[in-house]
Design a protein around this ligand. Structure first.
Ligand code: 2AM
Ligand code: CA
Length: 267
């Protein structure tokens, strides 16, 4: 069983409440697939509604905490030492296409340090939580990063840039280097879930670039608390600032990081 702080109970309650709306709306998306114009607007509305629910629940339970949210951006709070970092719907493209691979991501920052993370897939009902010093859990069962130590045995997740997102050539360079060395590359479409899967040992490692703080803040806590290692693409602890991330157990994250660095700077 997991031991949570009261703050984690607040996060879980907010995520579950927002999830009920997303579950209903996801069911509706399938009916909207026939209309070409309908789904995108509908999904934007579902996304905003989920964010509003999470904002209201967290604000009620912890008045004064600040926010950084995907839709609303920065909301300053009276309490300068606490901030919630929220992505109400990570994996929007999947949601829009009726693919049940998306998540709610909520992290808590205290004095500038990430101290708690939650990633919830409302369709599979998988709740990943982690708090600094307390370990990481999937539906109350302890999770750990994978123990594989060699890239040829590793399943490695990533995200592929798409229309409107930068650095397609950079990604091709990285993929070219990685796919030659690993057992398989996977692309699920939700950065938050990718990190949760690394924490659970399903993916051995993960890398992606050009992400935002709300995509990765909660997942970073999960991977660390599952015994894993997270860094930016140059190996520095700058994931939030750089938007680049490499994650896995200490051995594989280092090997993957080295591979990516070498791909960009062939000697
Ligand atoms: P989203 O679904 O909330 O947009 C997919 O590789 C990951 O990248 C998802 O976590 C997705 O989050 C995120 N993503 C999609 N478009 C993005 C963009 N333009 N900038 C940054 N992140 C993006
Ligand atoms: Ca996102």
């Amino acid at each position: 069983m997991s031991r949570h702080t009261p703050s984690m109970s607040v996060m879980v309650a907010a995520a579950r409440k927002a999830a009920r709306g997303l579950q209903r709306d996801f069911g509706e998306v399938e009916n909207l697939q026939v209309s070409l114009k309908g789904p995108a607007n509908f999904v934007t509305a579902a996304d905003r509604k989920a964010e509003k629910t999470i904002f209201e629940e967290l604000s009620k339970a912890r008045p004064g905490y600040g926010f950084l949210m995907e839709e609303a951006g920065v909301i300053e709070g009276a309490d300068k030492s606490h901030r919630w970092i929220v992505d109400p719907l990570d994996g929007t493209t999947n949601f829009l296409h009726g693919i049940p691979m998306f998540s709610i991501s909520i992290a808590l920052e205290r004095e500038g340090q990430l101290v708690a993370g939650l990633v919830y897939n409302p369709i599979s009902d998988e709740m990943f939580i982690g708090e600094k010093g307390q370990g990481a859990f999937l539906n109350d069962r302890r999770i750990r990063v994978s123990a594989r130590r060699e890239l040829p045995q590793a399943v490695v997740a990533t995200g592929i840039p798409h229309i409107g997102r930068p650095d397609h050539q950079g990604f091709m360079t990285e993929l070219g280097a990685v796919m030659n060395e690993v057992a398989g590359v996977r692309r699920m479409g939700s950065a938050a879930l990718d990190l949760a899967y690394v924490a659970a040992g399903r993916f051995d490692a993960y890398w992606e670039t050009n992400l935002s703080a709300w995509d990765i803040a909660a997942g970073i806590v999960l991977v660390r608390e599952a015994g894993g290692f997270v860094s930016g693409l140059t190996g520095r602890d700058d994931m939030i600032e750089s938007g680049g991330i490499v994650a896995g157990n200490d051995m594989l994250s280092r090997k993957l990081g080295d591979l990516l660095k070498k791909a960009h700077k062939p000697s």
